[in-house]
Ligand binder design. Structure first.
Ligand SMILES: [Mn+2]
Length: 318
């Protein structure tokens, strides 16, 4: 790990950590953990996310302190956490650019290295895994709250230690975190079991309209803005819907399409370990990982469904 960047983080002054938009457990947990560690070292730090935080993360310590970026506040140090690209900072990209020191802590292979300084490891399961090392290097003590944040980050990005990105190092990090008295059953329940009524209804709607392609190896789910409006206006927990399609036996690639603006669709792609769908997302200006990626596409829903099915078919194993 780069000692110069670590000492940069410890420099006194006003710091902020910035999470990516459509925040997930990794960006939230890693960023808040770093924020708490810096504060414990006497450094003033804000936690910024320019998007709404899904309700399922309300158990994460200090989550209520996460705020949107404000114009006019200048930070000495800004740290982009788990952000694969600059535009994923949302409006907080302005705050990031305006800071004197700009640091990125990330694990996405697609990261174009937009920050001058970075603590980057594409082999890490999660930014949480990297962050544990960063916080130890900073010399901050790992409190139960910090451990809960980091465990949330690692468990989220590994699908509760079940995706192919889970390594020996991942388990070693998790094992270490369990020694700080974290409430593991509660975290696991909040992240992987508990489902709200509105999520259940949204899932039912999406599954009801599921389309299968290529001998049921491709499953495509979609929700129009009409569906979303009808069921729940301020719903934000879309993250888990695509997993239900991926888990279907025989399905190699699952797609979830959601209308986020007029004719603008957010695409979530998930695949079984045998299929690499990152390139497909990158082709649309998106990114992510081999088995979990995303992008946005403009156009007609029916066209998008058929085009994606046609582009995914050659990626299938058999
Ligand atoms: Mn991540």
């Amino acid at each position: 790990m780069n000692d110069k960047i670590i000492s940069q983080l410890k420099k006194h002054g006003k710091a902020c950590v910035i999470m990516h938009i459509s925040p997930d457990g990794d960006t939230l947990g890693s960023a808040i953990a770093l924020c708490l560690a810096l504060r414990s070292l006497g450094i003033s730090c804000d936690a910024i996310c320019d998007d709404n935080v899904p309700g399922k993360y309300s158990f994460v310590p200090h989550i209520s302190e996460v705020k949107k970026s404000e114009e006019g506040i200048r930070y000495d140090t800004a740290v982009a956490v788990d952000c694969a690209d600059m535009h994923l900072l949302g409006d907080a990209a302005k705050v990031f650019r305006a800071a004197k020191n700009r640091i990125c802590i990330d694990h996405h292979a697609s990261n174009p290295h937009y920050a001058e300084k970075e603590l980057f490891n594409a082999a890490a399961s999660s930014t949480g895994e990297i962050m544990l090392g960063v916080i130890k290097k900073l010399g901050a003590s790992i409190t139960r709250e910090i451990a809960e944040c980091l465990y949330t980050a690692i468990a989220s990005d590994t699908g509760n230690f079940s995706y192919s990105n889970t390594t020996r190092e991942t388990f070693l990090a998790a094992a270490e975190l369990t020694s700080y008295g974290i409430d593991l059953p509660e975290i696991a329940s909040c992240l992987f079991k508990a489902r709200s009524y509105s999520f259940s209804m949204m899932l039912a709607r999406a599954l009801n309209g599921m389309r299968m392609f290529s001998g049921k190896k491709i499953a495509i789910l979609y929700l129009s803005s009409g569906d979303v409006e009808e069921l729940q206006n301020d719903f934000t927990e879309y993250e888990g819907i695509v997993e239900f399609a991926r888990e279907i036996q025989g399905v190699e690639v699952a797609v979830f399409i959601r209308e986020i603006g007029r004719g603008l669709y957010k695409i979530s792609l998930r695949s079984k370990p045998c299929v690499d769908i990152r390139g497909l997302a990158e082709g649309y200006g998106g990114g992510g990982h081999r088995n979990a990626a995303g992008c946005q596409i403009k156009g007609g829903l029916e066209q998008i469904i058929n085009k994606l099915a046609a582009q995914i078919e050659p990626l299938l194993v058999s």
